[in-house]
Write a protein that binds this ligand. Structure first.
Ligand code: NAD
Ligand code: UDP
Length: 327
């Protein structure tokens, strides 16, 4: 596509991760110049290797806890490990990534006057007393538990976004993302969908934490990326926070049985202790996204799972488990 007045220079931090790689791809399809920044903590170059030949795509190894000097029109700040096992591996670095990363990216936005998007999370609601979760709920987060590095880091990042908005009139867009899944999740990512699918395909026991009655709402990545771009394109008065997620709600036991049905696997369900502070229920109220963005997810869980299963099936059948199949 030829450069046009609409072509923007867009920075995607965490661009080599699961969601970031799909976002880079989508922005290139829309005709933009994309700079992907990642320290490869949980992301992989192979997630974006198919974009290397595109002259509009550039990749840079960089840790967002350090300042970055580039010229851009828009910033999508996604850098941060999202899986509990990964963000708890080095909790101090997780908080630094969320907080110092936000300060550095907001500083960059302030200097360049770029519009900036924050990948926040439903974890800001903690183990919620309000169900489904609306954006005006302040949440129930344990500030000193093992999930706090992520939850409080993301909450502090939201604070910084709104203070930069009030103090420097920065154009901000804050999305609270609910559990999202799909191709390019890492097979050892540790999150529930990739765990269950990989276990089912390998015929290994399906590890249910607790009694499996806790609930989550699962959004397919394509729907979510569409929501990101719609939010970024709204008028400046719309800052968020806006919930982005699929309102369908399932227990982990239901998810496990659906994965078994779709894979035809005979894996057994095994029950492990529930990790500390694991939220009991989660479902987004997406009225705001519906009215302000005209957005709602359209991929049902079974359909998204079928695509995800076929991705992991291909991945596991290759010699090199780090090779990334077509998605
Ligand atoms: P992911 O782990 O696949 O991607 C995160 C990316 O950030 C990786 O490529 C990682 O290497 C990179 N990264 C981590 N620390 C960094 C640092 N200090 N500097 C530069 N890069 C760094 O996870 P994902 O699911 O793609 O999540 C992307 C974003 O969306 C995260 O901010 C996450 O908190 C948020 N989010 C995701 C979900 C979900 O269900 N997928 C839900 C809520 C919020
Ligand atoms: N979970 C599970 N088995 C697994 C991985 C996760 O039962 O192998 C549960 C986990 O305890 C949580 C839910 O699935 O209740 C979602 O976990 P995930 O790590 O995917 O996301 P989050 O807890 O951050 O929503």
């Amino acid at each position: 596509m030829a450069p046009s007045a609409q072509t923007k220079r867009i920075l995607v931090t965490g661009g080599a991760g699961f969601l970031g790689s799909h976002l880079c791809e989508r922005l290139l399809e829309l005709g933009h110049d994309v700079l992907c920044v990642d320290n490869y903590f949980t992301g992989r170059r192979s997630n974006v290797a198919h974009l290397f030949d595109n002259p509009r795509f550039e990749i840079m190894r960089h840790d967002v806890t350090f300042p970055l000097y580039v010229e851009v029109d828009e910033i999508y700040n996604l850098a941060c490990p999202a899986s509990p096992i990964h963000y708890q591996q080095n909790p101090v670095q997780t908080t630094k990534t969320s907080v110092h990363g936000a300060i550095n990216m907001l500083g960059l936005a302030k200097r360049t006057r770029a519009k900036i998007f924050q990948a926040s999370t439903s974890e800001v609601y903690g183990d919620p007393f309000v169900h489904p979760q609306t954006e005006d709920y302040w949440g129930n987060v344990n500030p000193i538990g093992p999930r706090a590095c992520y939850d409080e880091g993301k909450r502090c990042a939201e604070t910084l976004f709104f203070d930069y908005h009030r103090q420097y009139r920065l154009r901000i867009k804050v999305a609270r993302i609910f559990n999202t899944y799909g191709p390019r999740m890492h097979p050892n990512d540790g999150r529930v969908v990739s765990n269950f699918v990989v276990q089912a395909l390998k015929g290994e026991p399906i590890t249910i934490y607790g009694d499996g009655q806790q609930t989550r709402s699962f959004c397919y990545y394509e729907d979510l990326i569409d929501g990101f771009i719609r939010l970024m394109d709204t008028e400046d008065s719309i800052t968020g926070p806006i919930n982005l997620g699929n309102p369908g709600e399932f227990t982990m036991e239901e998810l496990a049985r659906t994965v078994l049905e779709l894979t035809g696997s005979r894996s057994k369900l095994v029950y492990h202790p529930l990790p500390a502070d694991d939220p009991k229920q989660r479902r987004p109220d997406i009225s705001k996204a519906r009215s302000l963005l005209g957005w709602e997810p359209c991929v049902p869980l079974k359909e998204g799972l079928r695509h995800t299963i076929s991705y992991f099936d291909q991945l596991l059948s290759t010699q090199n488990p780090n090779a990334v199949p077509e998605s």
